[in-house]
Ligand binder design. Structure first.
Ligand code: ADP
Ligand code: ADP
Length: 232
């Protein structure tokens, strides 16, 4: 489903150059919840942002569902990105738009007919449990509710993949668990492939099928969560 081949990312040039990823290889299967864990500076954020080319790798290939993204034209890439949803640590919601409008945003961008948008957003509001909050603004919501809006917005274009960039790091433990349960529900219901990066072991252990440990811009260990973390 997702294949990263010899992925290298160097930020900056000359004496200021910083290597974030160096020849990283990773293979993620369709329908699994795959976690990447590592310390701050290990390259997690760069790695996940390379999967939808928010960050362009310096070298290497990014395959998603049989397509190599770095070879696509800008238009083709935009089309492909609609199938790769993303949620963020700080939610990245539009503060001047309501819950409804935040979720509808990607659909309006894509020129979806109004009646279809309405039906879709209503379904998504039910899915994430925010029917009662559709007319509120982000500032009126708790952190967990904001992330539910983020999840609904990410799912609006029926993606095949959901990328989660430290999606629970700004939340308290209880809210974290409720968001993780939501992600698990979505994964089971839609067979959506989920890739998440985190520095928290608890997140990996509660919902991931497989995990990779990233260190110094490379994968140092990977496998089933129980194999990697519960070794004697
Ligand atoms: P993590 O998400 O695991 O904390 P990052 O991918 O953010 O790791 O960073 C990996 C390395 O790349 C770090 O050394 C970081 O300082 C560097 N880095 C990340 N983003 C940039 C940037 N925009 N410019 C320069 N260096 C960067
Ligand atoms: P139905 O076939 O009756 O629409 P589904 O369970 O397939 O039932 O879908 C229920 C709702 O979830 C629909 O609004 C559908 O558009 C939405 N949905 C289906 N697949 C996905 C997906 N991968 N991501 C987000 N929403 C989805």
């Amino acid at each position: 489903m997702i294949e990263l081949k010899e992925l290298t990312k160097v930020y900056g040039k000359g004496s200021k150059a910083a290597t974030a990823l160096s020849g990283l290889n990773l293979s993620i299967q369709k329908g699994e919840i795959f976690g990447v864990i590592g310390h701050s500076g290990a390259g997690k954020s760069t790695l996940i942002r390379c999967i939808n080319l928010l960050e362009r790798p310096t070298k290497g290939e990014v395959w998603v569902d049989g397509v190599e993204l770095t070879s696509l034209s800008q238009g083709q890439l935009q089309e492909k990105r609609r199938k790769i949803g993303m949620i963020f640590q700080h939610f990245n919601l539009l503060s001047s738009a309501t819950v409804y409008d935040n979720i509808a945003f990607p659909l309006r961008l894509a020129g979806t007919p109004k009646a279809d948008i309405e039906r879709k957003v209503k379904d998504l509001l039910v899915l994430v449990g925010l029917e009662q909050h559709r007319n509120k603004y982000p500032a009126q919501l708790s952190g967990g509710q904001k992330q539910r809006v983020g999840v609904a917005r990410a799912l609006a274009s029926d993606p095949d993949v959901l990328l989660c960039d430290e999606a629970t790091s700004a939340l308290d433990p209880q809210t974290t668990d409720s968001i993780l349960r939501l992600l698990l529900d979505i994964n089971r219901k839609f067979h959506l492939t989920i890739v998440l990066i985190t520095h928290e072991m608890h997140v990996i252990q509660s919902i991931c099928d497989r995990v990779a440990v990233i260190h110094g811009g490379g994968i140092v260990e990977q496998g089933e969560v129980a194999e990697v973390f519960l070794k004697p």
